[in-house]
Design a protein around this ligand. Structure first.
Ligand code: GLU
Length: 362
């Protein structure tokens, strides 16, 4: 939290999801609507990713009460890739606090591709945001641990707590990426040259590549996201994984940077903090309500899953998740004039406000 507001308690403002049977129907509809879509291409810059089955498609929603609604290939495993950046950011934030992450890694969009070297060079080697590779490396460097092996274990167990099950490394994906990740090695060396990391850059890239190679399912992503939606408590296991403040900070950073250089367009169209990865996963989070996990390997030119984006946009709209959508309290003509307004805190006025909120989300 910003120091200046330390004495002000964090109040929350969230609504409710529709009833469970309606969520089931909407999740089914999102899946069947976009199943025929074959636009985009599977990532191939990491050799093993090129072998993914492009037809796989999964949609999962986890509510903050732990209920899960899912359809399609929800049990198929894929590598988490860049989506790990969101959860490793949460672990680093939990260990060091809001201001350290804000100052050392940054929270602003670079407007440039995720593996850009120029973005770093333009700002004296400051990585600028934790969702691009430079900032993700700087974030992983902040994960507590005396050795890279300890840091890796902390990452693996931390992300497992978000998922509510023990996540394992996809050894083939890890080795495949280690053969081709010259650019990430260059970014880590640059971070070191600017004095931005205090760990060995070679080991740092190793831990980072492992974190990207953790195997997850769309179901896992929905549970991981729902933990951020639920103030840091995993709604399925009941375990507190991070503080409410860390969950909020993580979502705030995703809102501006989670969907690569298309984050602004994403927010404009979908209105939810989200993170995607090049293996085809996307997690989108509705604070206080739940999260959406999707998986479909065909990507657009920015690296975001085509079907995953469309299904998430559909769900955001149909389930009433868009953070910026509102309905008028009263239509023009039905409004009471300023003079007739009930006093703030007036019981009738409060009841009306609560009632209208429930109507909208039912
Ligand atoms: N491991 C990948 C990389 O560092 C992750 C990229 C992504 O999912 O955006 O290039």
């Amino acid at each position: 939290m910003h120091r200046e507001l330390r004495d002000v308690p964090q109040a929350v403002s969230t609504g409710a999801l529709p009833p469970p049977a309606r969520i089931d129907r909407i999740v089914e509809a999102a899946h069947s609507r976009y199943l025929p879509l074959e636009d985009g291409a599977v990532a191939d810059y990491i050799p093993v990713l090129a072998a993914a089955d492009p037809d796989l498609f999964a949609v999962a929603v986890t509510e903050t009460d732990g209920d899960v609604h899912e359809v399609g290939d929800v049990g198929d495993r894929f590598t988490i890739q860049s989506i790990s950046k969101a959860f490793v950011f949460a672990l680093a934030c939990e260990a060091h606090g809001h201001m350290v992450l804000r100052e050392r890694v940054g929270v602003d969009n670079t407007g440039l591709p995720f593996n850009s070297v120029i973005a770093m060079e333009l700002g004296d080697g400051h990585p600028r945001n934790p969702m691009v590779n430079a900032g993700a490396l700087a974030t992983t460097a902040l994960v507590p641990g005396a050795t890279p092996a300890e840091q890796w274990e902390r990452v693996r167990t931390g992300l497992s707590r978000f998922a509510g099950r023990s996540l394992e490394l996809d050894g083939e994906a890890y080795h495949s990426e280690m053969l081709t990740n010259h650019r990430n090695r260059a970014l880590a060396q640059l971070l070191e040259s600017y004095g931005r990391v205090e760990v060995d850059p070679v080991s740092l890239v190793d831990v980072y590549t492992r974190q990207c190679s953790l195997r997850v399912t769309a179901h896992d992503l929905a549970v991981m996201g729902a933990t951020l939606a639920d103030g840091g408590v995993n709604p399925v296991t009941g375990e507190r994984v991070v503080s409410g403040q860390t969950a909020r900070d993580t979502l705030a950073v995703l809102a501006s940077t989670g969907m690569y250089e298309r984050s602004g367009t994403w927010m404009f169209e979908v209105g939810l903090p989200a993170k995607s990865g090049v293996a085809g996963g996307i997690v989108a989070i509705a604070p206080g309500k739940g999260a959406i996990g999707t998986f479909s390997p065909r990507l657009d030119s920015a690296g975001n899953s085509v079907r995953g984006q469309r299904a998430t946009a559909y769900l955001s709209r149909a389930l009433g998740l868009n953070l910026f959508a509102s309905a008028a309290h009263a239509e023009p003509g039905q409004r009471s004039g300023p003079g007739e307004r009930s006093a703030p805190g007036d019981e009738q006025s409060m009841a009306r406000k609560t009632g209208s909120g429930e109507d909208r989300t039912a």
